[in-house]
Design a protein around this ligand. Structure first.
Ligand code: F6R
Length: 357
């Protein structure tokens, strides 16, 4: 039920802090240790490489998951768009583990890959919001997202839930492998949930920013480096799906290798700046586009902000920034769509789960 909300997309965006708290509860034992099936731990330890298979927003969550698994658990990870993988399979490692990321658990492109790799005898773990879904039933193992039903076609809370569960999987695997980590994930996720709540309380600001930067735009570019780049591709997808404004996410350094030709007077550029090691670099990319007339909105993280930034995110642990930086991008997409009078919960040409290849 959407209750007092005008749209499910807004309700589901608002639910994200509660989803994160729910995930903390479900993946924690009575001694506040991470809790995962022994069989999943074993499969993670055995794998020499992980292949994440997904589509759309789930693919974007997979890009974040790759960084978490590689940086924290020291396992090589490849992320693949399901529809490409099934017709153009890369060389596989000796002991691959496949992770299927899917909110619905019904995406036909992902299922086609699952069928193929099962025939080849490889193990599969599905991470899904729908227990009992096809991808869950047909995989060897399942991790649940505990996000509650997601009704809006544009995915919001499933994205953040997928990242949180992948963070748990990464930290748990690190612990099992004896890798020392310098932070407590449960504590950091609790900080993330609070930060998300601060953000979902700032809807008026996001509504104004959408009006100032996007409502009359034909196109928009999202730029970021490193972890921010992964969120930029998701921010762009959200915006195009619900507002129909043509939008793309770019690595900060890549825009000048061609796409900068599209920048005109007033073209909106949304830049994320949450990573210390690339803060200087992304800011010089912002300068490059501003000097060509772009209308730049910088969204930075507390501690890295500058006076001219449009919006400052509460501080969270650096590896978890995608969980908070995506929230304003979801809200910007939502308000831009409203201002353009779009059918927010049911964008044209889209279906909630794509069950044809
Ligand atoms: C975007 C969106 C789609 C889905 C994609 C995969 O907002 O909803 O891009 O993310 O169709 O769906 P699942 O995760 O159900 O496999």
């Amino acid at each position: 039920e959407k209750g007092t909300y005008a749209h499910y997309m807004l309700k589901e965006t608002d639910e994200q802090p509660f989803v994160i708290r729910n995930i903390i509860k479900e993946y924690q034992d009575e001694n506040n240790n991470l809790k995962l099936d022994a069989a999943i731990r074993e499969a993670m330890k055995k794998a020499d490489r992980i292949y994440i298979i997904a589509a759309g927003t789930s693919y974007h969550a997979g890009l974040v998951g790759k960084e978490l698994l590689e940086k924290l658990a020291n396992i090589p990870v490849e992320v693949h768009v399901a529809s490409e993988f099934s017709y153009n399979m890369p060389l596989l490692s000796e002991k691959p583990l496949f992770i299927f990321l899917s909110q619905s658990g019904e995406t036909a492109d992902s299922r086609a890959v699952l069928v193929k790799i099962k025939e080849m005898g490889h193990p599969a773990l599905t991470i899904t919001n729908v227990p009992g879904s096809t991808l869950s039933r047909e995989a060897d193992y399942t991790l649940h997202l505990y996000a509650g039903p997601e009704i809006a076609v544009a995915s919001t809370k499933a994205y953040t839930a997928q990242i949180a569960v992948l963070a748990i999987l990464a930290v748990d695997t690190a612990k099992e492998k004896g890798i020392e980590l310098s932070f407590d994930l449960i504590q950091e996720l609790a900080i993330v949930a609070n930060a998300m709540e601060v953000l979902t309380d700032q809807k008026e600001t996001m509504e104004e920013l959408a009006r100032d930067y996007l409502a009359t735009a034909r196109n928009a570019f999202f730029i970021g480096r490193s972890a921010d780049y992964n969120v930029c591709v998701e921010g762009a997808l959200k915006l195009k799906e619900v507002s129909y404004i043509q939008a793309e996410g770019f690595a900060g350094g890549e825009l000048k290798h061609g796409t900068i030709a599209l920048i005109e007077e007033g073209t909106p550029i949304i830049a994320l700046a949450t990573q210390e090691n690339v803060n200087y670099a992304i800011r010089s990319n912002v300068q490059e586009v501003v000097s060509r007339g772009a209308n730049a909105m910088v969204i930075s993280m507390k501690g890295l902000e500058q006076d001219t930034d449009a919006f400052v995110l509460p501080h969270v642990h650096e590896v978890l920034t995608p969980l908070v930086s995506v929230v304003p991008l979801q809200l910007l997409a939502y308000y831009a769509a409203l201002q353009l009078d779009r059918d927010v919960d049911k964008p044209r040409n889209l279906a909630k789960s794509v069950t044809v290849e």
